[in-house]
Every structure is written in C-alpha cells, then in structure tokens.
Ligand binder design. Structure first.
Ligand SMILES: Cc1cc2nc3c(=O)[nH]c(=O)nc-3n(C[C@H](O)[C@H](O)[C@H](O)COP(=O)(O)OP(=O)(O)OC[C@H]3O[C@@H](n4cnc5c(N)ncnc54)[C@H](O)[C@@H]3O)c2cc1C
Length: 150
C-alpha cells in the first residue's frame, strides 16, 4: 500500500479501514504500527556526535549513534553503551555493552597514563642530562670514534 495514512476509519467501534492523504479509503480490519527506535542523543549531539539511520531488511527503523564494539564513538574521549548505539538490543545486550565499554574505557585511560608517564620520564632524563652539561648524542659519538686510551 503506497501513500501516507492520515486517519483510521472506525464503524460501530471497529476498525474498517485506513484513509490515505489522497482521500482514498483502504478497507482494513487490522493495523500494525511499527515503532521507531530513536536514540535519545540530544546531549551527545552537542558534543558533535551525529546519529545515523538504522535499517532492517531495507527499512529505516530508527537512528543510533555510531560506535565500535568497545563503545568508542568518532569523537575522541566519548564512549556510549546500550540502546543509544544498539537500538534493537534488550536489557542483557545493554548490560554486556556497558561491560565492554567500561573495559575499553579503562584500557584507554591506562594507555594514556602510560604514555604520559613515558613522556614525563623522557623529559626528566633530558633535563638531568642538560643540567649535567652532557649531550647524549655527542657522548655516544665520542665513544664510537675515540676509544679511551690507557
Ligand atoms: C516497552 C518496552 C518493553 C521492553 N521490554 C523488554 C524486555 O522484555 N526484555 C528486554 O530485554 N528488553 C526490553 N526492552 C528494552 C530494554 O528496556 C532496553 O534494551 C534497555 O533498557 C536499554 O538500557 P539502556 O541503559 O541502554 O537504556 P535505558 O534503560 O533507556 O536508560 C537510559 C537512561 O538514560 C536517561 N537519559 C537519557 N538522556 C538523558 C539525559 N540527557 N540526562 C540524564 N539522563 C538521561 C533515560 O531517562 C534513561 O533512564 C523494552 C523496551 C521498551 C521500550
């Protein structure tokens, strides 16, 4: 059936048909309304995240936020879990998604801490070398080209 349904026709408290925008009446005894699964993502949209349309069997069934299996979104530092990225999931999927996202987030924080600790260590070594008046590159070069004499 093509066209937009604009009204239901009811006779003696029973559905008898649907009225299209064109005015045409299509006799029907049963109507099934498909729900739309729309991510409640207003607050995330302010972080530049864009919901994308979700399709099932060629039909748009709603929208969700794009995220990888660990919940990472295209915006660095923003993770999501549950129906906001998987609108067809149930409670058990949402719980599992929360677990995966928490693990991925923790791993990311650990990686960031490790990177910062490495940077700080290298920076301190550079400072110490500088304060001692040594140049590591020159010291290496001297060792290679001028062996110590006895
Ligand atoms: C009618 C119905 C029946 C269902 N029946 C089943 C069932 O039988 N079995 C099953 O497994 N699943 C069922 N589900 C699906 C299930 O409810 C969801 O999969 C699950 O609740 C998703 O969990 P979630 O944490 O991702 O989202 P939600 O449970 O929706 O939690 C999101 C929370 O975030 C809050 N929130 C949103 N935006 C903001 C904001 N800006 N600020 C603060 N808070 C915010 C919301 O108020 C909500 O409390 C049903 C769903 C519906 C609608």
């Amino acid at each position: 059936m093509d066209g937009q349904v604009t009204a239901l026709e009811v006779t003696d408290d029973r559905l008898t048909g649907v009225r299209l925008g064109s005015g045409q009446l299509i006799p029907r005894q049963v109507v099934v309304a498909m729900p739309r699964f729309v991510a409640r993502a207003d607050v995330l949209i302010t972080l530049a995240l864009e919901p994308t349309e979700r399709e099932l069997a060629g039909h748009v069934i709603g929208s969700s936020l794009p995220a990888d299996p660990g919940g990472a979104t295209p915006v660095p530092g923003v993770w999501v879990a549950g129906n906001v990225s998987d609108p067809l999931g149930g409670v058990i999927n949402a719980a599992a998604s929360g677990l995966s996202t928490a693990a991925a987030l923790t791993a990311d924080l650990i990686a960031e801490d490790t990177r910062q600790a490495g940077d700080a260590y290298r920076h301190e070594r550079q400072l110490a070398t500088h304060e001692a008046g040594e140049c590591p590159a020159a010291r290496t070069s001297t060792r290679q080209t001028a062996p110590r004499r006895r």
